[in-house]
Design a protein. Structure first.
Length: 895
RNA sequence: GGGCGGGUAGCUCAGUUGGUUAGAGCACAUCCCUUACAAGGAUGGGGUCGCAGGUUCGAGUCCUGUCCCGCCCACCA
């Protein structure tokens, strides 16, 4: 006797224990480990590097999504017997983490400058240690089967070494340079940020028209701008060289309003004659275009702002003012001075700092840049040639477009938390030293007065090396040799440029190999109405709470099944609830199957004859295995999950288990075979579902296995029971399809549904066993075989049931027909002939409609042009409809 | 301005070589605590697949045009 399992699946008690057990058993470790003595380098592994979450981040649905996806991929390959490695790790997340710590310190009234660099960094490391454990525990909770012994952190020793190696090599190759350029400056964070870290937002603004007075007093040049506060930084006014209105102005000088400085009027083709007044003020130090024009015309670059975007002494009387206050102040002053022409409302696209939100100020500063063009070329080629495949395909275009127009990458950040730039400057002779190791002495003048560049690198610089730095690069470690290049890069499409493209460029450049061969991009998780989740909107779904309430499997299944590659998915708690119910359905089906074993003999007595139902469910099972394999092969994981769900619930639980109850009661070989089939299907489904819902499947599988082993050898899978589901063999479809059984069961189910429908419609008491005659024609034998199941499922009176080839309708019965089978039922004592007539006519009308439709179809060119199989299918269908129609007509006539 | 994705049941979404009666979950209605499961079961209502053309024997699926929504890239001050 098997032990009694609780009525509902208790995920709370199972999840954490199960996870620990998997880990303790070593199941997350790659088989064929390069460290082992029996290592076979030709047995190729399947490897994923985790997209490292921010070390101080809090788990959100984006994490839940990628963990679910990647864990699915890993578990699937593991079950296929492929050595799998999922490398976990975390990212130091320069700006994000530094902001967080600064904010926390601010609550205590401490600024980072008060602490100084060293003390501040100590604080951040403390944070890192504390929050690292939290995020990692949360990732584990999702069931991530990573090899935690190989966990890495972007700032750990090995990775820091990789970063230095990469930096120095780029420098030596002439791909890295330092220069004073106009960059996106974040006044709040007081650092440069890359182009990707700038978000443009459309906002209403004003276009200001004003007079640039000619220095010789002969009039003015009308100019328009959206940023009057930059006037003090103007070094020229530009007009189009062919603009007839302004020909006479070119070469003259004008006076900067309020400031009084004289600046030239220049001609440049960049100026759009149609826009505004057709005259453009040039502020090289605070606008990227003006900067470029300034360079060609050798204009002065006048920085008028401080690092926190207040006006500096170059702005004269406005010094010390915030830039937006200055805008108002200077405009007011100009109004007073009679320099204002007009203002008009104007929709603008304003650059904001992605991280800190404030308006970006273009500023000139000394930064480090990577030349991207030569790195981009092979990265483009790798995708163009098909060496790397992006899923879904349409993102290749996005990828090309970005790489074809790539700009140099500003990689220095004026922060403290991150990889310090490996460059030293001699304060005595000015020598610049780029080095893999720390420099204490000037290589030129041997002075010890050397100082390291204060800046750190963009976080994404280290992320770009992730797939190989985590495996030991630049060392040629056994891990690197065996596991690199990795197989699959799975992440959200939102970081295609930030991360994916850079890894490809870096991978090819530094290792000579593409870092992975497939890229799967998942969509973003939104709320149930497709809105972006945000704290201000209050629509954030916390995965931790969802897991607490509904279980990890339910969340995972929802995310996996609810998403198609590259498309955003809307998540609602309702869906998770439905999938919690599915986990519970699995659990209870499992309970039934375990109990069913007690009702069957332990072994067969001679030849075992499967019933039509057995043959039907086994055929369907093979079909599902084939479908799932095909869908996994094309990365349609969601559809695969749905197929298993539908089969399990709709075919196995709703029908086969119900029929099995009857078959078990028959005892003997039928019962034996039924119990074995119940076990085999359940086992197969648990295997197929394991990558989606690892916890409930592993737990249940363990109980099923135990019960089956107790029962006897006959109940074991062909290859025997493995130690755990997580490492159990992935199902392979048998070449088995019993078309006859499939169609017989379809017919049986139709008949049962039709009887139930009539019962409900005619309000027959649910508990009443009714008399029936089934005129089944050719299918008579099947119906006889399935007689008990039919009575059980349609609630017929078995003793009075008649199954015949054909039969006349008795007076006291109502009749109907479906799938060519005539059905007579004694629902009530009285039969309302008129009502029956009406109903049968309605049914006949519908069937006749089908007959007409199909006859027309088969008389059309369809019959010759469509493939024979398709035509045959329709012919068979027509034949059945015709038979049904004939049955109904006969029934009507007898009324 | 360029590009991409989407528009299918009241809601959220599936529907991948075009195959002829378009599916699911939730919601809704009626009934049922039947010994795996009420987190369940049975039955039912609900869709001219955004619109207009085209290709085809056949179109939710392919092509063209068009409208609406969302996103990405670029950034004319």
């Amino acid at each position: 006797m098997s032990k009694e399992l609780p009525k509902t699946y208790d995920f709370k008690n199972i999840e954490s224990k199960m996870y620990q057990w998997w880990w303790d058993q070593g199941y997350f470790k790659p088989t064929n480990d390069p460290a082992s003595i029996n290592h076979d380098p030709d047995h190729k592994p399947y490897v994923i590097s985790i997209p490292p979450p921010n070390v101080t981040g809090e788990l959100h649905l984006g994490h839940a999504m990628f963990v679910s996806m990647e864990d699915l991929m890993i578990r699937y390959h593991r079950m296929k017997g492929i050595p799998t490695l999922w490398v976990p790790g975390t990212d130091h997340a320069g700006i994000a983490t530094q902001m967080l710590v600064e904010r926390a310190l601010a609550k205590e009234g401490i600024r980072r400058e008060d602490l100084g660099r060293e003390k501040f960094l100590e604080k951040v490391w403390e944070w890192k240690d504390k929050y690292h454990d939290r995020i990692v525990a949360q990732i584990r909770r999702l069931g991530a089967s990573c090899d935690w012994d190989r966990e890495r952190f972007t700032l750990d020793e090995g990775l820091s070494k990789a970063v230095r190696e990469a930096f120095v090599r780029l420098y030596e190759e002439g791909l890295m340079y330092r220069g004073s350029r106009i960059v996106n400056w974040s006044p709040k964070l007081q650092t440069a940020v890359s182009d990707l870290e700038v978000e443009y937002k459309s906002e209403p603004g004003t276009l200001y028209y004003f007079k640039y007075m000619l220095a010789d007093g002969s009039g003015y040049l009308p100019v328009s701008t959206t940023r009057p506060e930059t006037i003090p930084g103007d070094s020229a006014v530009a007009v189009h060289p062919e603009d007839p209105r302004y020909q006479s102005y070119i070469g003259k000088t004008v006076r900067v309003p309020i400031i009084g400085r004289e600046i030239p009027v220049i001609a440049d083709e960049y100026v759009d004659r149609e826009f505004g007044t057709g005259a453009l003020k040039i502020t090289p130090a605070h606008d990227p275009h003006d900067y470029a024009i300034g360079k060609t015309h050798h204009l002065q670059e006048i920085n008028i702002m401080t690092k926190d975007a207040h006006m500096n002494e170059q702005a004269g009387k406005y010094a010390g003012m915030d830039r937006f206050e200055c805008r108002k102040a200077i405009w007011a002053d100009m109004k007073e001075a009679g320099l204002v022409i007009k203002e008009e409302p104007y929709q603008m696209s304003i650059p904001h700092s992605q991280r800190s939100g404030e308006v970006i100020e273009p500023m000139i500063s000394m930064q480090w840049f990577v030349k991207m063009e030569s790195l981009a070329k092979p990265a483009l080629e790798a995708v163009r040639s098909g060496e790397i495949k992006i899923i879904p395909d349409h993102f290749t275009k996005v990828y090309y477009n970005w790489l074809e127009n790539i700009q140099d990458w500003c990689i220095s950040r004026q922060l403290w938390w991150g990889h310090r730039i490996p460059v030293w400057y001699c304060k005595d002779c000015g020598e610049m030293m780029v080095s893999r190791t720390d420099i204490h002495e000037c290589t030129k003048c041997h002075s010890h007065n050397v100082e390291q560049d204060p800046d750190v690198l963009d976080t994404w610089f280290s992320s770009g090396l992730w797939p190989f730095s985590t495996l030991g690069w630049p060392e040629k470690t056994p891990d690197y040799d065996y596991f690199y290049p990795t197989s699959m890069l799975e992440t959200g499409y939102d970081i295609l440029f930030f991360w994916v493209a850079r890894m490809i460029m870096d991978g090819i450049h530094f290792t000579g190999k593409v870092p992975f061969t497939e890229i799967y991009l998942h969509g973003l998780v939104r709320d149930e109405h497709g809105e972006k989740m945000s704290k201000t909107k209050g629509n954030v779904v916390d995965p931790l709470i969802v897991m607490d309430e509904l279980g990890t499997d339910a969340l995972r299944f929802t995310l996996l099944v609810g998403s198609t590659p590259g498309n955003d998915t809307n998540l609602s708690v309702k869906k998770v609830e439905a999938n919690r119910n599915f986990a519970n359905k699995l659990w209870n089906a499992g309970r039934f199957v375990i109990g069913a074993l007690d009702k069957a003999p332990a072994e067969a007595d001679g030849e075992v004859e499967p019933t039509a139902a057995d043959r039907w469910i086994w055929s369907r099972m093979q079909e599902v295995i084939r479908d799932v394999e095909r869908l996994f092969g094309s990365h349609q994981y969601g559809e695969a999950g749905r197929q298993i769900y539908d089969f399990f619930w709709g075919d196995y639980a709703d029908w086969y288990i119900e029929i099995a109850k009857i078959q078990l009661n028959k005892g003997g070989n039928t019962a034996f075979n039924t119990a074995r089939m119940l076990i085999r299907i359940l086992d197969t489904c648990l295997r197929l579902l394991h990558p989606f819902t690892p916890f409930v499947t592993e737990e249940l599988w363990g109980h099923v296995k135990e019960a089956a082993i107790d029962k006897g050898e006959a109940f074991a899978p062909a290859a025997g029971w493995e130690d755990a589901l997580i490492i159990a063999k992935w199902p392979e479809a048998e070449d088995y399809n019993d078309a006859e059984a499939v169609s017989a069961l379809n017919r049986l189910r139709e008949v049962i549904r039709t009887i139930r429908n009539l019962r409900t419609e005619r309000k027959v008491e649910p508990g009443k066993r009714i008399e029936a005659i089934i005129a089944a024609g050719d299918s008579k034998a099947v119906f006889e075989d399935m007689k008990h199941a039919l009575c059980y499922l349609a609630y017929l009176d078995e003793e009075k049931l008649v199954i015949a080839d054909s039969a006349e309708k008795p007076e006291d019965m109502v009749s109907t027909a479906v799938s060519g089978v005539s059905i007579y039922l004694k629902l009530h004592d009285e039969v309302d002939a008129e009502a029956e007539k009406a109903r049968l006519n309605a049914e006949l009308k519908e069937i006749q409609g089908q007959v007409d439709r199909l006859e027309k179809l088969l008389a059309s060119p369809f019959a010759e042009k469509a493939p024979a199989a398709v035509v045959d299918k329709e012919r068979a269908r027509l034949a059945q409809f015709k038979e049904t129609a004939a049955n109904l007509e006969g029934q009507l006539a007898s009324l």
